[in-house]
Design a protein around this ligand. Structure first.
Ligand code: ATP
Ligand code: LTN
Length: 335
């Protein structure tokens, strides 16, 4: 609790361009619920280092992500939006927690297996201990709730396990966080392979809708989306994964139920449906894109918010870190 409000924590890696999956699975929920909580949103730039980054592009991507958070509707004067690497407590707590995490637990992480198979030439230790750093992000701020997409479920579970284990030894040090998944859009699939999640690191640009894609590009990508050879627009994950994904997206954007969507397009063809999905997504993204362009010009406003928010995050982080250091018996610094 802070200021009588529960604490919400979430973030995204500063890698690649944000996709519709990131928006519907995470960002949109953050915008919907942030005001009910004392909210913190990190730009997870340390996590991004598990993949080789070009330094100049990486810096730009991280800053662009900050601006996208704000353009999506997260007010940086009400929410603590900051860069993970600016608060050294993340890395410090991560080391301590790694000594309370078992290799057997990390071996079970499906994201590690997935990423390791995609980057066979660079299976680094950071990729392996990634969930420990994520646990540190969350526990450092005593978060009560963590809104994420479905793919992060396992990482939230390991965070809770680490916190429970630590509390079991040292008393109530950490708040045990709850995951929060939105009702719709928690798992948006690739437009080119509906068995795979839409991912910002996908090499095929037609597989993902990027938040900064223009209207024509969005409509073109939806038109090309892989579907089946049937003609009925009805939800069935097993038999019609492509169409089901489009129904899911359309329902999330228009806030309709699957049944309402099926009814709306009864007797209509896939072409017409795909166009409607494209148009709905494009018009949802337009205001955010305009705001993004405007914010790009407001450099000093953004810099000022970054500075203030980093200080706030640091002040919160240091409290937990000191407590943990003391509990495990590290010698106190002489001040
Ligand atoms: P990468 O491709 O680099 O692994 P990503 O697209 O999976 O990245 P993350 O930074 O790992 O994105 O995730 C940011 C947030 O977006 C997380 O809460 C995650 O659960 C959510 N998210 C990512 N992809 C999807 C998706 N396809 N559907 C729903 N939510 C998603
Ligand atoms: N692993 C997350 C990003 C992330 C995160 C966090 C999300 C890093 N630290 C803390 C919530 C809370 C992902 O979305 N890939």
């Amino acid at each position: 609790m802070l200021n009588n409000k529960k604490i919400l924590y979430s973030g995204m890696q500063a890698t690649g361009n944000l996709t519709l999956g990131n928006y519907l699975g995470a960002l949109k929920n953050w915008v919907n619920v942030n005001q009910e909580y004392e909210s913190l949103f990190g730009i997870m730039d340390l996590h991004s280092l598990t993949v080789r980054q070009d330094p100049t592009q990486f810096r730009q991507k991280a800053r662009s992500l900050y601006i996208l958070y704000v353009a999506s509707g997260l007010d940086p004067e009400k929410n603590c939006i900051y860069f993970q690497s600016h608060v050294s407590g993340h890395a410090e707590l991560s080391w301590i927690l790694s000594c309370f995490t078992y290799m057997g637990e990390l071996n079970r992480m499906t994201q590690f297996k997935d990423k390791a198979s995609k980057h066979a030439d660079n299976i680094n230790a950071g990729l392996y201990t990634y969930p420990v750093l994520m646990a540190a992000d969350i526990l450092l701020y005593q978060a009560d709730v963590v809104p994420v997409g479905e793919d992060q479920r396992q990482h939230l579970e390991i965070t809770r396990d680490i916190a429970t284990r630590f509390n079991g030894i040292y008393g109530d040090v950490f708040t045990i966080p709850e995951a929060y998944f939105g009702k719709r859009g928690a798992r948006v699939m690739s437009l080119q392979d509906p068995e795979k999640k839409m991912s910002k690191s996908d090499e095929n640009p037609n597989a993902s809708i990027y938040l900064l894609d223009d209207t024509d590009t969005i409509i073109r990508k939806f038109k090309r989306a892989v579907t089946d050879s049937d003609t009925n627009i009805c939800y069935s994950l097993e038999e019609k994964p492509g169409i089901s994904n489009l129904i899911e997206i359309y329902a999330a954007v228009t806030e309709k139920t699957f049944e309402e969507v099926e009814k709306e397009f009864e007797g209509k063809g896939y072409g017409e449906f795909k166009l409607a999905v494209g148009e709905a997504v494009a018009s949802m993204l337009k205001p955010m894109q305009n705001k993004y362009e405007q914010l790009l010009k407001e450099k000093s406003y953004i810099d000022e918010r970054i500075k203030e928010n980093t200080e706030r995050a640091q002040a919160m982080a240091i409290k937990t870190l000191r407590k943990v250091q003391k509990k495990v018996g590290l010698t106190e610094k002489i001040r």
